[in-house]
Structure formats: C-alpha cells, structure tokens
Design a protein around this ligand. Structure first.
Ligand code: GRF
Length: 201
C-alpha cells in the first residue's frame, strides 16, 4: 500500500480528484495518508476531512522556508508518506525538502510547460493569445515549474473564452491528468532519461 501526502493552500479540487481516484480504485493499492495546508482557511481542508483523510495545518509564517519544510517532512514521515503531491500549494519548496523526497514530489501546473510557468498561468496563456493551452504534471526539481514532465493534456482556447472559462476547462483536464500521473508513478512502470519520462509496458 503506497501512501500519498498532499500539500494544499486553497480549494483543493485536485486533492479531491486524487482522493476520488483512490476511492474509486483508479489509483489502486494506495491511500491518502495526509493533507497538509499552510493556510488554516483553505477550503480543501474540510473536503479532506469529509472524506476521512487526516489533515494538518502548518503555518509557514515566522519560519524560514527550510524550517517550515522540515516541519512538513516530519509530519509526512510520521505518516510514512511515499509520494508527495502538490495540489495548489502556493509556496516554493526548499532545496532541502526536494532532496529529502528526491523524485518523489509531483506538481500540477495549469499550462503546457515550459510555456507560462508561475502564477496565473491560464491568464498568461489567454492574454498571450495562444490557441491551445492545457496542463502539465511534472516531477518537482529546484526550479519553479520545471522538472521532468509526466503527463500533459491539451485544451483549446475557444471563441468567447475568457481566462476564467479557459481555467475551468483546464481544471477538468488537471483532475484527470493528475490521477493518471500518480497511477503511473506508483506503478513504477517508467524510467527517466534526462528530462524525458518514458513509460514502460
Ligand atoms: C490548479 O489550477 C493547479 O494547477 C495550480 O493551482 C490550482 C489549484 O487548484 N497549481 P485546486 O486547489 O487544486 O482546486
């Protein structure tokens, strides 16, 4: 049984998508061991609790990045977490944390990386005028929105879209892509060559 730890800062819809995928057996032989939020008012906390998932609030304020990350790591280790999933976690991770969970941290980003890293990716893409955007699930390395890509999904920009309608359609794909990526990583049926994640039959 593999254990997932999910880090959130907000509404937690990707966390719910992963929890549902586990509950419905689309991600098998796994459980969500813990959801950590750095924000006490994050909407995702109640959604996790409703699903019987353990939650912890760890306020980052007044701590250095690494101090905060060490506190998170203590909780994650206490729950024997194998894989850390960032799901709208709005903080950079320290190099220490990334080494501690080396190749075991995933992130979801709402654009087709390497286009539009950083905040408000859907708005960046919309304003740039791209005809297609989408989402990316990737391993986390020390650069923002940069690690090896596990899954991407394409979403067209439609006539009449604004950045909000585009973001909602991307979100639907995020939920599917994240579950697929977690399933693949837990299956260990892949190898990484440089930046390339290659699925094995
Ligand atoms: C998602 O768009 C995700 O790609 C980005 O932050 C947003 C989080 O949404 N990293 P939610 O909290 O999972 O609903």
């Amino acid at each position: 049984m593999k254990k997932l730890g999910i880090l959130i800062s907000g509404r937690g819809s990707n966390m719910v998508a992963l929890a549902d995928a586990v509950a419905q057996g689309r991600i098998s032989d796994a459980e969500i061991a813990l959801v950590i939020s750095n924000v006490a008012t994050a909407g995702g906390l109640a959604k996790a609790q409703e699903r019987g998932i353990a939650t912890v609030v760890l306020d980052h304020r007044g701590k250095t990045r690494e101090e905060h990350d060490r506190t998170m790591a203590t909780e994650l280790h206490k729950h024997e977490v194998d894989l850390v999933c960032l799901a709208g976690y709005m903080r950079l991770l320290s190099p220490w944390f990334i080494r501690e969970f080396s190749q075991r941290i995933l992130n979801i980003h709402p654009s087709l990386l390497p286009a539009f890293p950083g905040l408000d990716a859907q708005k960046q893409a919309f304003e740039y005028g791209v005809k297609f955007s989408g989402c990316t699930v990737h391993f986390v390395d020390e650069e923002l929105d940069h690690g090896a890509i596990i899954r991407q999904a394409i979403v067209p920009v439609l006539p009449g879209d604004d950045d909000h309608t585009l973001a909602s359609r991307i979100l639907v794909e995020e939920h599917k892509s994240y579950a697929e990526a977690v399933k693949l990583v837990l299956s260990e049926k892949f190898r990484v060559e440089g930046r390339r994640v290659i699925e094995e039959a």
